[in-house]
Ligand binder design. Structure first.
Ligand code: GBH
Length: 493
């Protein structure tokens, strides 16, 4: 009989505030940089914004009912900073109506038996902080304001929320927002994209601010909240497996350079206490340095490894894209074949072996319990299919099947300490600069009616986790207590 995952394995579905909520002006919410950015001409593929999205601010009860129907154990969502502090800053007014909305969401999830897994920052910086002092470019100000916001969330929600993520994907915040300029706030040296910005320096400055803000919020949680709230807190990083294109030493090195910039930039400081030497080598003093106090603060500042991953790339040396570590990415093998099935997005193909390899890479390098906080697939041209056809999302099912089987192998054959898995996404939603044409949901959203239709992949996942997670108290499982309260073998939590 196939081995199962432990009964406390957390699985659920994930979303982010700006991608689903809509209602940008409701109940006193202030604008975020994504409101501003998506309203500029030419910033999203279809010209659309998050003004309505999946209307989830208004359809909260319906969404929770569907999550309950799916039987997920957990739901990962993010809080919109500018709903709870419309202007964002530590001296700005708090918005009780915004707080109540999230508080009710948390209560209703718990009533439905669903564990809230909460991200504090999924890219929607209050616009006022960007205007006031440059947002993430101003470390001292933004760290103080982020910690104040985090404190408010711990105070108001921490009695019920036991799983916190400070940041979603700092690489994307820094590179896509301040390097390539394709995400809010859209700054870049490319003057066809942005009237201001310096892609040579700003991404590294922003990344540094985010790391220090993360670590400061974690310190606050550990010092003032953890002993009575008993939760865990960490950061979640994007990162796709990078494999050498061929077995040459050059490709092997190039693949490590890709991983250093995509993952090590943030993971090495947080888990090992320093930036990757390779980054220092090619960036020199464009990469900020940690003061001794910062280094102490940052090292060990995550209770687990939060892993968002979508695909695997084959890596060759060459090219001058610093944001990829000056290496080239491809899906085409030396023999001309493709790595896997192509998604709607150019950057995404299936490759379960890569998913397993990444779990092993992270486990071996950082030795932290891992939560896969995002993993998903956008079926090619799903947006142009008739509904019945879109619901039969075979490619997405293949993707999840491959990765689910890989994760069981990673746990039972490789010994990776994997604690949870969150498919992206619960719903089709606002896919940032891609607008609404790229659909990542396991639930189809008809944007004309806002009706939700489960795709076959949703039922696949529901059944897979039903069959592959031990039921509580089933025999043969060691009854050790795990997080959030218990000690774990490696002593990290
Ligand atoms: C996640 O990012 C986000 O957290 C989530 O909000 C989003 O909806 C989801 O993925 C699906 O996209 O070739 O320079 O354009 C995923 C990480 C990193 C994937 C950047 C796309 C493209 C880089 N992303 N990558 S580029």
């Amino acid at each position: 009989m196939a081995q199962k995952l432990p009964s406390d394995f957390l699985w659920g579905m994930a979303t982010a505030s700006y991608q689903i909520e809509g209602s940008p002006d409701a109940d006193g919410r202030g604008p975020s940089i994504w409101d501003t950015f998506s309203h500029l001409p030419g910033k999203t593929l279809d010209g659309l914004t998050g003004d309505i999205a999946t209307d989830s601010y208004r359809l909260r009860d319906q969404d929770i009912a569907l999550l309950k129907q799916y039987g997920v154990k957990s739901y990962r969502f993010s809080i919109s900073w500018s709903r709870v502090i419309p202007l964002g800053g530590r001296n700005d007014p708090i918005n009780e109506k915004g707080i109540k909305w999230y508080s009710d969401l948390i209560d209703e999830l718990l009533e439905a038996g669903i564990v809230p897994f909460v991200t504090l920052y999924h890219w929607d910086l209050p616009q006022a902080l960007h205007d006031r002092y440059g947002g993430w470019l101003n470390k001292d100000e933004i760290v103080a304001d982020f910690v104040n916001y985090a404190r408010l969330c711990f105070e108001r929600f921490g009695d019920r929320v036991k799983y916190w993520l400070t940041f979603n994907e700092p690489w994307c915040i820094s590179i896509l927002g301040y390097g390539r300029g394709v995400f809010a706030p859209g700054r870049s040296s490319d003057r066809t994209r942005s009237p201001e910005g310096d892609s040579r320096t700003e991404p590294w400055i922003v990344g540094h601010s985010v790391i220090v803000a993360h670590a400061s919020a974690v310190k606050l949680y550990r010092d003032e909240f953890k002993s009575r709230q008993h939760g865990v807190i960490g950061i979640t990083l994007n990162g796709d497996m990078a494999l050498p294109w061929d077995d040459s030493e050059e490709c092997r090195q190039a693949a490590q350079h890709a991983l250093d910039v995509a993952i090590g930039w943030f993971a090495d400081p947080v888990y090992l206490g320093h930036y990757p030497p390779f980054m220092r080598q090619f960036l020199g003093d464009r990469l900020p340095t940690f003061t001794p106090e910062e280094e102490k603060l940052v090292k060990g500042s995550s209770d687990f490894y939060g892993m968002n991953t979508y695909t695997t790339n084959l890596i060759r040396p060459g090219g001058d894209d610093e944001f990829q570590g000056n290496v080239q990415y491809t899906f085409t093998r030396p023999d001309g074949s493709q790595l896997g099935t192509q998604a709607h997005c150019a950057w995404l193909q299936t490759y379960p072996e890569g998913f397993r390899a990444l779990l092993n890479y992270l486990w071996n390098r950082y030795h932290m319990p891992i939560y896969v906080t995002e993993n998903g697939f956008a079926v090619k041209n799903e947006n142009n299919m008739p509904l019945e056809q879109a619901l039969k999302d075979t490619d997405r099912i293949e993707y999840f099947k491959g990765n689910c089987e890989a994760l069981v192998k990673a746990v039972h054959e490789d010994g990776v300490d994997l604690r949870g898995y969150f498919p992206w996404s619960f719903l089709d939603n606002f896919e940032w600069a891609d607008g609404y044409q790229t659909r990542f949901g396991v639930t189809y959203v008809d944007y004309a009616t806002q009706k939700r239709y489960p795709k076959e992949s949703a039922w696949f996942l529901v059944n897979w986790f039903k069959e592959n997670v031990n039921s509580p108290k089933s025999s043969g499982e060691p009854r050790t207590s795990r997080i959030p309260n218990g000690a774990v073998p490696n002593g990290h939590i």
